[in-house]
Design a protein around this ligand. Structure first.
Ligand code: P71
Length: 448
């Protein structure tokens, strides 16, 4: 039987569905780009799971205990104690969000011209590596890009690709390894414990440091427990400790698995020198090392969220809701990334709309159609985001944590199913305005 939500609802936030003609007008005003819609004009918002979480009563109560002292607030010490216990690391540096953490760590560790290895780096991560003069390298297994084949850990790093890359380019040209758990870009796909361990062993052998992009660390731990041999009887906290034992540090966007709306941090296992440099740098970019750009109350909510997310019942209900949406879409004959990942269902728009070539942006077209059909906001992860070299044309239906019910999921599936029935009539789009960097946020389109 499916685990129902291990909580009940104490407060509701009304949402509304605009009339079809209104949705058409709003979308045209937005240049067919859902990033430019007002959130209040969206009925079900599946743009991201980042910062969109519903906090618990315990977290809201924690906000009232915010100690807003500039230096040494008690909430920092709560967060530090929690993070030390959860991850097993000695040093914690709070930041305003994930990219704040990336900026600080990469400023210290990336020298111009160096490679930063990973499974698939997230786009802000890639941007920060590139800004420091580094070169991001993606070494995920090939199965990750085949949406129709099953692999339990599609976020795994290909160990042959890794070792060949190191041999070919030399350790002096490699800044570090960054393993993203779960691997967002290819579908929120998990990385196995075995893979983390082997990557760490190979890197250690060559003297390369290993970091984890920990945004969805608890969801990754859930997949290890439910899919990997030998972990069924281990608890989520034990699995998390083991995952992080193979790395030297992490960057973390708390907007995902700390169940908050803002926040981030860096964790360093035991390298005191690196920690001291981070402490100097955090003051310049984020704030004093005991607040890192956050209010005391935000630190308290993060600390409490980090404990809540380790509940197996929570993770089971969370991930089974994502799987439920995936199942409904599969039953309707809609091609999706299989298996379904931890935070989102990725629709294969390239396969669903085979009559649309990459440069008519099938993912953007489907995203626009989905808003017109039912006021649902998804996000394109394909040629708009990655350009011509995009390996797949995906549309991500990202599920915020503890926010929507299964009825919402069924509604979203019905909307997509309606589009699927008339899929050969879906038109492509063409760009009418394109900013020079990170074009997906502000680009404008018209129907082709
Ligand atoms: C996501 C996001 C947030 C986002 C970013 C860009 C456009 C729309 C939404 C952020 C991540 C992430 C990973 C693995 C680091 C960050 C940056 N993801 N690593 O997926 O997924 O964290 O947003 O707190 O700065 O929608 P940050």
């Amino acid at each position: 039987m499916r685990m129902p939500e291990p909580y009940r609802i104490k407060m509701v936030e009304p949402i509304r569905l605009l009339a079809r003609e209104e949705r058409e007008r709003k979308l045209n005003e937005a240049g067919l780009n859902v990033f430019s819609l007002k959130a209040e004009d969206v009925f079900i918002d599946l743009l991201t799971d980042s910062g969109t979480n519903a906090m618990s009563d315990n977290q809201w109560a924690g906000l009232m205990l915010g100690d807003e002292s500039y230096a040494g607030c008690k909430n920092f010490y709560h967060l530090q104690d929690t993070a030390q216990e959860v991850f097993g690391y000695k040093y914690i540096v709070p930041t305003h969000q994930g990219r704040g953490a990336e900026n600080l760590l990469f400023s210290i560790l990336v020298k111009p011209g160096q490679y930063v290895l990973g499974n698939v780096h997230f786009d802000t991560t890639e941007a920060h590596i590139t800004l420091k003069g580094g070169k991001p390298v993606n070494l995920v297994i090939d199965e990750a890009y085949n949406t129709s084949t099953y692999h339990p850990f599609k976020g795994n790093i290909d160990l042959h690709k890794l070792e060949n890359f190191i041999k070919e380019h030399g350790t002096e040209n490699i800044a570090f390894m960054l393993i993203t758990v779960t691997c967002n870009t290819v579908g929120g796909q998990p990385v196995s414990m075995e893979n983390i361990k082997q990557v760490s062993e190979i890197c250690r052998r060559y003297g390369i440091r290993v970091f984890i992009d920990a945004a969805r660390f608890a969801e990754n731990a859930y997949f290890i427990k439910t899919r990997e041999e030998g972990y069924q009887d281990k608890s989520i906290p034990e699995i998390v400790r083991e995952m992080f034992s193979y790395a030297d540090g992490f960057t973390f966007s708390a907007k995902k698995d700390a169940l908050v709306n803002i926040g981030g941090m860096i964790g360093i296992k035991d390298d005191e020198e690196l920690y001291m440099r981070l402490r100097e740098l955090v003051i310049v970019y984020e704030g004093f090392p005991t607040y890192g750009g956050l209010a005391g109350r935000d630190l308290e909510a993060m600390s409490r969220g980090l404990r809540e997310v380790l509940s197996f019942d929570y993770l089971q209900s969370r991930i089974s809701q994502v799987q439920y949406l995936g199942q409904l879409l599969s039953e309707a004959g809609i091609p999706i990334q299989t298996p379904v990942g931890g935070h989102a269902v990725f629709v294969d728009a390239g396969k669903m709309l085979p009559h649309l070539p990459w440069d008519s942006f099938p993912g953007v077209a489907l995203t626009a159609e989905l808003y017109l059909e039912g006021g649902v906001r998804a996000v394109e992860i394909g040629s708009l985001l990655m350009g011509r070299q995009a390996p797949t044309e995906l549309v991500r239906l990202t599920i915020p944590r503890r926010v929507y019910t299964d009825n919402h999921m069924a509604y979203v599936a019905e909307c997509l199913s309606n589009i699927n029935k008339r899929r050969d009539q879906v038109r492509g789009v063409k760009i009418t305005y394109e900013p020079p960097v990170l074009r997906h946020f502000l680009a404008r389109f018209e129907w082709a």
